[in-house]
Design a protein around this ligand. Structure first.
Ligand code: PEP
Ligand code: MG
Length: 326
């Protein structure tokens, strides 16, 4: 298998019927960087910047942040990198930061963009470090846990202010700056067109989105096998987002765990996703799947089964049978 994955690395990432698919990797620390070449990923679709904060004993200084971001961009050698602004709070606690203290519902609590907009010093320092590290190159920034569009406008103000500040001091600025949002809170599903007009790209955080759509704690092992992301309701949600991307001509990536398992990655391609980001070890297996995939046939099967009012065969079984047959 490893041999096969190594051989596949040099081959183009296209389905059996010729549709190009972008396979990206998730990362978060400097130790992940060699995987970019080893996995053959086309870039980093999700760089979880909070990991540097989680492994540190105190808030990483601006210089340390800038160094990490510069190292990431150097290692990427021109491949695109999407940096997500710190996603702390909820289950990602920093021992040296009190945060909200004991919350009754941490997943629904003071976390991610909510926290950084309330503590703008944190966000400002990080944005400045990113802008400096990306001087002369492209910078892609992504906001986690966006619930309403006002949060994007607020973050953009902070970014614009830092850009003005750096240009006043004659710093080398990024050649382009793209701003994106994670789609992981259900409220965005009813403002997808507005959202896509407000940002340059979106990325579906299917781990959190599934948790919120199904009202199921993503860390609760008692519930781990009860509900299936490859079920009609959740697949309809995912399709709705992919369709909105096409309608608005906005790039849509998906960077949750679903992207990394061949059977669910296959389902995502059938729903219209053309860019998915996963752990580096998954790239080989997913690429092996897609080069054998007649995508047109799968799309027809899904369209058929997602549009009806009732589906007799569970979606996962249907997808598994399709994969086994081919
Ligand atoms: C997600 O929620 O799917 C995601 C990619 O982000 P995280 O797992 O870091 O919350
Ligand atoms: Mg998330």
């Amino acid at each position: 298998r490893q041999e096969l994955y190594r051989e596949l690395r040099a081959q183009p990432s296209v389905t059996k019927d010729g549709v190009g698919i972008e396979l990206l990797m998730n990362a978060g620390l400097a130790v992940d960087l060699p995987q970019l070449n080893e996995s053959g990923a086309a870039g980093i679709g999700l760089f979880r910047t909070e990991l540097q904060f989680m492994v540190a004993a105190t808030f990483p200084r601006a210089e340390a942040q800038e160094k990490l971001y510069r190292d990431v961009l150097d290692a990427a050698r021109g491949k695109a990198v999407t940096f997500r602004t710190i996603d702390i709070g909820g289950d990602k606690v920093l021992p040296y930061f009190k945060g909200a203290g004991q919350e009754e519902n941490p997943a629904l609590g003071w976390r991610a963009i909510r926290l950084t907009l309330d503590r703008p010093g944190l966000l400002r320092t990080q944005i400045r470090a990113l802008l400096k590290a990306a001087g002369g190159r492209e910078l892609k920034l992504m906001l986690p846990m966006v619930t309403e569009l006002g949060e994007i406008a607020q973050a953009r103000e902070i970014i614009d202010r830092e850009v003005r500040h750096l240009s006043r001091f004659a710093h080398h600025l990024p050649t382009s700056l793209k701003l994106g949002a994670m789609v992981e809170v259900p409220s965005l599903l009813w403002q997808l067109d507005e959202l896509m007009k407000a940002v340059d790209f979106v990325s579906v955080g299917s781990n959190d989105l599934f948790q919120f759509i199904m009202a199921v704690d993503r860390g609760n092992t008692l519930l781990a096998d009860r509900f299936d992301p490859l079920s009609v309701p959740f697949m309809r949600v995912l399709k709705q987002i992919a369709d909105a991307g096409v309608r608005n001509n906005t790039t849509v990536t998906l960077c949750g765990e679903l992207a990394g398992r061949p059977i669910s990655a296959m389902a995502l391609l059938g729903l219209g996703y053309r860019s998915i980001s996963m752990s580096p070890a998954s790239i080989g297996p997913v690429k092996a799947m897609l080069t054998e995939l007649p995508l047109g046939e799968l799309k027809a099967l899904l369209d058929d089964n997602l549009s009806g009012t009732s589906t007799k065969v569970p979606m996962r079984a249907l997808l598994q049978a399709f994969a086994d047959d081919r």
